[in-house]
Design a protein around this ligand. Structure first.
Ligand code: PLP
Length: 644
């Protein structure tokens, strides 16, 4: 790319802007994807700052003063709401953070540095024992515009590396820029994956600094408990959890939506995938692809080993007693249907009772309702209180000798309620009933130990656990699985076939008829490796903090009705905003790059119990940050200012 110069010997403004934007587009989302040298078009706070610096220093074709502008685009507050002052100006830029946005944020706002609650820098580590320390945000930290002379224009602009990740020492900014682009390319695009020869991917993963695939080898698994937390990995040390660093392992989180960095708050619907999962699936197709179990050749052995290694990972993740207790299915829905058809249809008779809770996803209602209708069973429902919490005493009243099954969710996808799963299982067993836990919303947020919880079955979906779609697992107690009728019939699940008689395999093969989703099972294994390395307890702790942070700020917005206020919650914040339809709120958030789900969330009974048909539902995961929450909250405040 050539660069023209103007009369002052300075580069042409369009060239400069193009070059800068070319760089920005390759950078993580904390950098603007685009800057415009027209001040009124620069919306990203850093873009505003960069444009301002360029124009001030170089006076490139625009002599108009930069209008006083709040980089967070906050307008004066409504009178009813104390804490908003006059319209912020560039001079008080640094004071437009949390205190203005969240007047009640109190201790979280540092008046000296002028940083938001989420903006206090502490070596990129968030101390979750001290939630008022937070993430690096040099943009908010540095309020004043640098004073630049014309001579030092480029070096200062680029040297001012709170905005740009590289420096120039002298004249040739284009060379420097191209050099920087080359580095960025290497960092984000090139990776060396060689799982089978044991070579690690170098520093290509921010978190997985060892070979993420080495665990597939038959030799003893390096995952023994939680080996994570060492300095080398760096993102978690002790109680510090660095979501900013984790985010970088998820390429899609570098996307922009409507010119804004993507904030993925639709984790209850599906989660994003780390690079290691994407690479693992690609590696399978590049080096291992074969059908499993039915050949003597090398690739069949590789594919079978990788597939069975993934089963082992699921077993370890759930702390199941044996790999024979882990059946690969398409997801939670298929797992529940499998149990309903292969156990329920063959074991339940008219008059038997099935209990579900009011919180259930349709996936844990419809199969049971259909079975009940077909066989004359009675479907009974555990009620919840107004906060969306299971009423255990009412549950106790439902249990009786006819109760054959209790099927319930460990975390509600619509409200976020965490149910007292262990207690519910114990009570069901004491009534002689079997228990199925729907773990679709729990496994990504908390330790799920099937030996401790003791359900007869538990299901989850890989795509909600940072793995691929189309794969999930059914855990079942081994003896019980072996007593159950096959679900589907065909190849793979039989020991012997004649036209007179068929002998089935034992579990898990008994339930894996036909060619399964081999690559994605292996991808799920890689996702479990990733989560295991972060540490599920650390994840739970961090997310708890984030949920509290978001809940507090959401509740402060007038007209917000939070739906689901259980004491024990995970990930989900369902709400309505007075004056707006849920879709309008969803669309406004989407404009700011924030992805939330609106609708009934496939859980109509619980929403109707709470008096609504639909909600707006942000749902959090470990790669979300307080800064993401700030963007979300700020957008709701903006909506409030227009209609209230
Ligand atoms: N159960 C719960 C609690 C869910 O949230 C979901 C999906 O949102 C499901 C079951 C169904 O999962 P899948 O569609 O992956 O089978």
């Amino acid at each position: 790319m050539s660069t023209n110069t103007n009369n002052n010997g300075l580069p042409n403004i369009d060239d400069l802007q193009n070059l800068a934007n070319e760089l920005f587009r390759t950078l993580p989302n904390e950098f603007p994807k685009e800057i415009s040298l027209s001040p009124d078009k620069s919306e990203h706070p850093r873009a505003t700052k960069i444009a301002e610096t360029i124009l001030q220093a170089g006076n490139l074709g625009n002599t108009a003063p930069i209008p006083a502008q709040d980089p967070l685009n906050i307008q004066p507050n409504p009178n009813s709401f104390s804490g908003f002052g006059a319209t912020p100006t560039i001079a008080n830029y640094s004071n437009t953070g949390a205190s203005a946005l969240y007047p009640n944020a109190g201790a979280g706002f540092d008046p000296q540095s002028g940083v938001t609650t989420s903006g206090v820098q502490e070596d990129y580590n968030l101390n979750i024992n001290n939630p008022h320390t937070g993430f690096h945000d040099s943009n908010l930290k540095n309020g004043a515009s640098p004073q630049l002379t014309e001579d030092s224009f480029f070096s200062q602009l680029l040297l001012n590396n709170q905005y740009l990740p590289f420096q120039t020492e002298n004249s040739s900014f284009e060379i420097e820029l191209q050099a920087a682009l080359a580095t960025v390319d290497t960092q984000f695009k090139k990776r060396d994956i060689s799982p089978l020869n044991g070579n690690g991917p170098g520093n290509n993963y921010y978190f997985l600094d060892q070979n993420p695939f080495a665990f597939d080898k038959k030799s003893p698994s390096p995952i023994v408990g939680n080996t994570f937390g060492s300095k080398e990995i760096g993102a978690i040390t002790g109680t510090n959890f660095n979501a900013e660093l984790i985010k970088k392992d998820f390429p899609i989180l570098r996307e922009t939506v409507n010119g804004k960095p993507l904030v993925w708050f639709d984790n209850a619907a599906t989660t994003q995938k780390p690079q290691s999962v994407i690479d693992r699936i690609a590696y399978f197709y590049e080096h291992e692809n074969s059908n499993i179990h039915r050949a003597a050749h090398e690739l069949a052995a590789r594919a079978s080993d990788a597939y069975e290694a993934a089963r082992e990972k699921v077993k370890t993740f759930l702390n199941a007693g044996s790999v024979n207790e882990i059946v690969f299915v398409r997801g939670a829905t298929e797992g529940i249907n499998l149990v309903a058809q292969s156990w329920g249809d063959h074991n339940l008779v008219a008059g038997d009772e099935i209990i579900v809770s009011n919180l259930e996803h349709h996936a844990n209602i419809v199969p049971w309702k259909r079975l009940a209708d077909k066989k004359g069973l009675k479907l009974r429902v555990i009620p919840v209180d107004d906060d969306g919490q299971i009423l255990l005493d009412e549950y106790a009243k439902l249990l009786n000798p006819k109760t054959r099954l209790v099927a319930f969710t460990q975390v509600s996808n619509a409200l976020g309620t965490v149910t007292p799963a262990k207690k519910i299982v114990e009570m069901a067993h004491s009534a002689g009933a079997k228990v199925l836990i729907d773990g679709a919303q729990s496994v990504s947020h908390m330790k799920v130990d099937v030996q401790d919880l003791n359900p007869d079955w538990l299901v989850f979906s890989g795509h909600k656990l940072f793995g691929p779609t189309g794969i999930g697992a059914l855990y079942g107690k081994e003896d019980l699985l072996n007593e159950m009728e096959p679900y589907q019939a065909g190849g793979n699940m039989i020991q012997d076939v004649t036209f007179e008689e068929i002998k089935y395999h034992k579990a898990p093969n008994r339930f894996e008829a036909g060619t399964g989703n081999i690559a994605d099972a292996i991808g799920l294994g890689a996702a479990i490796d990733y989560v295991t390395k972060l540490g599920i307890e650390a994840i739970g702790q961090y997310e708890h903090y984030l949920l509290e942070y978001a809940t507090k700020l959401l509740k402060e917005i007038p007209g917000v009705r939070l739906i689901g206020t259980a004491k024990d919650k995970a990930s989900v914040l369902s709400f309505n905003l007075q004056g707006y339809s849920n879709d309008q709120v969803g669309q406004a958030l989407n404009k700011e790059g924030v992805a939330v789900r609106t609708g009934h969330h496939c859980a109509q009974p619980i929403l109707r119990r709470m008096g609504v048909e639909t909600t707006v539902r942000p749902s959090l995961a470990f790669y979300n940050t307080t800064q993401d929450v700030d963007t979300f909250i700020k957008t709701l405040w903006e909506l409030k200012k227009v209609r209230f």
